[in-house]
Design a protein around this ligand. Structure first.
Ligand code: NAD
Length: 457
């Protein structure tokens, strides 16, 4: 028996002791995790800075703040969320009561992506713990120091049969996927999402797949261009565009295209334009493989801003491409880097048609003051989630379920929805012995059928 199989079996045995079902136990573990994250904050900052130059400010803003908020929410709400809920049994079951018991699924596997490595691994993991599960967490191997910090922090302070980090890449994940988990929560690319889904199907394991895609951003002619440019520039170039919900491309009304690009350029003046200006306001591309992929996507003929690169430093300056069409190579796959293609349109219906002809995106953003255009877009385009007059910030609203639809994912999390993602809703009809209406029992009769029709409809 390999080490991975041993840990899974140990977690199954521990889960079966029912210890994790105790709500006080769960809350104590969440508090312990919160304290650990706080105590290791500097190591957490240093590791990610060493991995891809992400500053303390950005790490706090985009990772630790979200984690902190979610962990506090789970500590506060786990008791309420795990309570059984009464529902009406209906007349056919009179007299009785019915209730739903949120029950933990068992042993969960959480596989994380590299781009927000703390948040994307620890947030689903802590939600799974809040719901009363045991967890094996497999962070991405690409930010290797970050993965090592998480493994050390968790494995030294939690028992392996309750919460354990397994580091590694394809080989280790493949071995993990051969195990019969009770739930797999995966964040990553669409192709690997398909591998995970297929492996899970063999054990009928339920999955949540948090995937990616090309998130369109509509800028309509009545938008406040200064504010629009400010919000889009921040959302696109934070983490150097390596954000699953970043605006992937812009669809701007032709009449305001030039003005919008000028407004974007003003916003981008605050960013480093060359690798010698590299500072804590901007991060590196994760590795040279991704650098080369992005570099090839930059069509020099279409660059109207930026485009400066340094392979050794894994630096690509914020780049805008103009006169892009849906047939350009940059429009084939999710960009996942600091290149923003701008496509213009004159007919909103045609622009919507183009978006709908492609896989359903993870996010979509619309910048406009026109209620009917906003509602038209929200009504006609299917996507995971998004914002009106902002980008990416919807994921910081814990009451909004976060997840994709179609190719951008299956299922969602954050807040109560996350708790439910890691729970089974066990349905119970509960009767006493004092009365049993004779109506459903033989001998059947037209009169009984008439009563049943009247009662049930
Ligand atoms: P990835 O799919 O390459 O890797 C994700 C995880 O899967 C990693 O832990 C990795 O070790 C593992 N993995 C990689 N190849 C595997 C294989 N062949 N078999 C089994 N496991 C394998 O994704 P990534 O590069 O880490 O992240 C980028 C992608 O993730 C982008 O598409 C982005 O949009 C998406 N993403 C989505 C969200 C979301 O919340 N929806 C968040 C962040 C990133």
């Amino acid at each position: 028996m390999g080490n991975i199989e041993k840990i899974v079996n140990a977690q199954k045995a521990y889960f079966n002791t029912n210890t994790t079902k105790d709500v006080a136990y769960r809350i104590a573990q969440l508090k312990k995790l919160k304290a650990l994250i706080q105590a290791n904050e500097q190591e957490i900052f240093d590791a990610i800075y060493a991995d891809f130059g992400k500053s303390e400010f950005e790490t706090y803003l985009t990772e630790l703040a979200l984690l902190r908020h979610e962990i506090d929410l789970c500590i506060k709400k786990t008791k309420r969320w795990s309570k059984r809920k009464r529902v009406w049994s209906g007349i056919a079951n009179f007299p009785s009561k019915s209730y739903i018991i949120p029950e933990p699924l068992g042993v969960c596997l959480v596989i994380g992506a590299w781009n927000y490595p703390y948040q994307l691994s620890l947030l689903p993991a802590l939600t799974a713990l809040a719901a009363g599960n045991t967890v094996i967490m497999k962070p991405s191997e690409l930010p290797s120091r970050t993965s090592a910090v998480m493994a050390k922090m968790i494995n030294e302070h939690f028992a392996a049969d309750y919460f354990h980090v397994i580091e590694g890449g394809v080989e280790e994940t493949t071995e993990l996927l051969n195990q019969p988990f009770d739930k797999i929560f995966f964040t990553g690319s669409i192709p690997v999402g398909k591998i995970v889904y297929e492996a899970a199907a063999k054990n009928l394991t339920p999955v949540t797949l948090e995937l990616g895609g090309k998130s369109p951003t509509f800028v309509l002619q009545d938008a406040d261009l200064k504010m629009t440019a400010k919000r889009i520039a921040w959302a696109k170039f934070i983490n150097a565009g390596q954000t699953c919900v970043a605006p992937d491309y812009i669809l701007v009304e032709k009449s305001i295209e030039d003005k919008f690009i000028e407004a974007l350029k003003v916003e981008l003046e605050n960013y480093p334009q060359s690798s010698d200006q590299f500072d804590d306001n901007y991060v590196k591309i994760i590795n040279t493989k991704n650098f080369d992929r992005l570099s090839e996507l930059i069509d020099k003929e279409k660059v109207c801003y930026g485009g400066n690169q340094n392979r050794e430093e894994r630096f690509i300056s914020p780049t805008i491409m103009k006169n892009v069409s849906f047939d350009d190579p940059i429009m084939e796959d999710e960009i996942f880097g600091p290149i923003l293609p701008i496509l213009s349109f004159s007919d909103l219906n045609q622009a919507i048609h183009e978006v709908k002809a492609r896989p359903k995106p993870l996010s979509c953003y619309v910048y406009s003051k026109n209620k009917s255009s906003i509602n038209k877009l929200l009504h006609e385009v299917s996507f995971g989630g998004g914002c009106v007059n902002d980008s990416i910030m919807h994921l910081a609203v814990s009451k909004l379920p976060f997840g994709g639809v179609g190719h951008s994912g299956i299922g969602s999390y954050h807040g109560k929805v996350g708790f439910d993602t890691f729970s089974h809703q066990k349905s119970i009809l509960h009767k006493g012995f004092w009365f049993e209406p004779p109506i459903k029992y033989a001998p059947y009769s037209p009169k009984k059928l008439k009563i049943i029709r009247w009662l049930i409809g």
